[in-house]
Design a binder for this molecule. Sequence first.
Ligand code: ADP
Length: 327
Amino acid sequence: MKKKITKIGVLTSGGDSPGMNAAIRAVVRTGIYYGMEVYGIMRGYSGMVDNEIIKLESKSVANIIQRGGTILKTSRCQDFFTPEGRKKAYQNLKKHGIEALIIIGGDGSFKGAQIFSNEFNIPCVGLPGTIDKDIAGTDFTIGFDTAVNTAVEAIDKIRDTADAHDRLFIVEVMGRDAGYIALHSGISTGAEHILIPEKKTKVADLIESFKEKEKRKKLVNIIVIAEGDDFGGADELAKLLSKELPKIDLRVCILGHIQRGGAPSCFDRVIASRMGYHAVECILEEKFNVFIGVVNNKISYTPINEAVKKKQRISEEWMKIVKILAT
Ligand code: ADP
């Protein structure tokens, strides 16, 4: 009979997202509940390479469910891209007797996990921790809801001042490859235009629409643009619009890293807790090399290599809603 896994490691890797702490807490407490030893690996894969690995107790994760960031810290680890780096990481895991890993991170982190697991036969389970919601196989990722609500709060405030001065604001939100933060925050703040990487930005149409709005004296407008829009970011767009529409009073606001911080929303705390619990159950049931998702409010399991290959797609219907509602 195969020996049961009794020692697991947990790490947060890549871009941080609010709710990672809630996920760590769930993994640690569920693992301990099932009689496992749980080790925290510091700074993502760097802690594996540099042997920064600590045993976590139930009290190590007390009072963190409400905190943004990650108590394990995170990083982008260059060494892990190399076979030598990954070998060192494996040797360090062996030193501690760690037999399986739970990785909280984005698709890059999952890719690293897949390669590592294939090379050294260390089972891995992923939890999607990313504000961008850019992983296929789950309706939500840990941190998206908080990030989008932070953006909404900021854009509501921007609209107040835009309204007072009859201004056009271009608000840049995060999303290098995915437009979900822009789409959700834009729809929920009544943005007149939402520009996302998934959809080609037709600048001529945009200019035309502002000329038409100028004629009917609609001067208060918000454009929400994802940082990775195909046209460029807010600054590039502002330069072009100022040139083409010199009479328009235009300002740029780049929300930046505030979208990553702050207390996780109730929603993110709940999905992080559920996903963390199920990740440990996966290890017990030997459901290896999957990542946990939530689809139609049910926990789902997707092979980790599929998360790496596929991106979540934005349907045409979403774009139709944006067009109809934002006139
Ligand atoms: P995210 O997980 O947020 O998408 P990254 O893409 O930066 O973030 O990936 C996080 C880390 O995962 C990288 O710094 C690296 O250590 C590891 N990683 C990503 N891709 C690979 C790969 N192809 N091979 C090995 N490790 C990888």
